[in-house]
Design a protein around this ligand. Structure first.
Ligand code: NAD
Ligand code: UDP
Length: 320
């Protein structure tokens, strides 16, 4: 197969590209490097079946040659990023999805949308099954991301129903692992970097809000299976083991052996109080469930962040 991955220089896009390449496929990556980086995808150049082109997919774009799949992962994903880039986030979720769907239609390719647990907003049903319509504040700060993804899902289903495009939608729940940007502002990267630097861990609110964290290798495996399945409606892919933010801080402190303290900060607007996927559909239809639990996943992630910290410190020494 020859597949296009938008956002291939990002955290998930680069892992997904690696999976397709390891399975023997050809990957064309496009990215505008707004939250990703060339270095993130650097190791992929070791595969001669990979190429990466700089493109803003919110502008109309075309790819030469045949494509069997279009996997649309381009979008700022960390709350800090999408709050800094509200218009770009709305554009890549709406115009970018439209452009990627148009390309999939022109090529007769299967399309997969990277959607999110944020379509459920601050959920009033817990855990969240795919049938839940969500509880989103359209005009709140997080609305730029949530509504862009909800629009993207609607557009994807319309292309399927109206144009007959083969479509798949994955609702991704908090995923972490190597190749996250250390400064992306997400809770796992923040806590690990703070613990390694001996700085206080910044807990927003009282830390009782929950998330269900999925290790990247598990997440990619679920997405890869979904892409090859016949399921057209959205599927939750995430780890259903739920933790408070305070639990996560404790695990990071234990696994790093850090003496950092924790420091409370205000809870951001509309921050979901709970989040946990119901993965019955993924289990039954894809035979998928996560294998790597949080503590083990954090252990596997730490060497990457230690290297990043060393590289950062070495660069700072060179500049001095
Ligand atoms: P990321 O920020 O690491 O990667 C996103 C990539 O998209 C970056 O390389 C960025 O430069 C690129 N991009 C953004 N706008 C673009 C545009 N207009 N044109 C071309 N490239 C563009 O984020 P991630 O965590 O890898 O997330 C990837 C996808 O998965 C996103 O669509 C996100 O919404 C979704 N998702 C991720 C998570 C998670 O926990 N990581 C959870 C839910 C959904
Ligand atoms: N959070 C925190 N400290 C941080 C970053 C995040 O307590 O330094 C909290 C945040 O308020 C949220 C949870 O951790 O309740 C997950 O935040 P993240 O930005 O990783 O992703 P979200 O699930 O909110 O999209």
């Amino acid at each position: 197969m020859r597949v296009l991955i938008t956002g291939a220089a990002g955290f998930l896009g680069s892992h997904l590209a690696e999976r397709f390449l390891r399975e023997g496929h050809e990957v064309v990556g496009v990215d505008n490097f707004i939250t990703g980086s060339r270095e993130n995808a650097e190791f992929l150049y070791g595969f001669d079946r990979f190429r990466l082109t700089e493109r803003d997919v919110s502008q109309p774009f075309f790819i030469q040659g045949e494509l069997d799949g279009v996997l649309h992962f381009a979008s700022p994903a960390s709350p800090v990023d999408y709050l800094e880039l509200p218009i770009q986030t709305l554009k890549v979720g709406s115009l970018g999805t439209h452009n990627a769907l148009g390309l999939a239609m022109a090529k007769g390719a299967r399309f997969l949308l990277a959607s999110t647990s944020e379509v459920y907003g601050d959920p009033q049903v817990h855990p969240q099954p795919e049938t839940y319509w969500g509880h989103v504040n359209p005009i709140g700060l997080r609305g730029v991301y949530d509504e862009a993804k909800r629009f993207a899902e609607a557009m994807t289903m319309a292309y399927h129903r109206y144009h007959g495009v083969e479509t798949r939608i994955v609702r991704i729940f908090n995923t972490y692992g190597p190749r996250m940007r250390p400064g992306d502002g997400r809770v796992v990267s923040n806590f690990i970097m703070q613990a390694l630097r001996g700085e206080p861990l910044t807990i927003y609110g009282n830390g009782s809000q929950t998330r269900s964290f999925c290790y990247v290798e598990d997440e990619i495996d679920g997405i890869y299976r979904l892409f090859h399945s016949e399921r057209r409606e959205p599927v939750n892919i995430g780890n259903p083991n739920e933790f408070t933010v305070r639990d996560l801080a404790d695990i990071v402190l234990e696994e790093t052996g850090s003496g950092s303290k924790v420091e409370p900060f205000p809870l951001p607007e509309d921050d979901p109080k709970v989040r946990r996927p119901d993965i019955t559909v993924a289990r039954d239809l894809l035979g998928w469930e996560p294998r790597i639990q949080l503590r083990e996943g954090i252990r596997r992630t730490l060497p990457y962040f230690r290297d990043e910290l060393e590289r950062h410190d070495a660069r700072a020494r060179t500049i001095q």
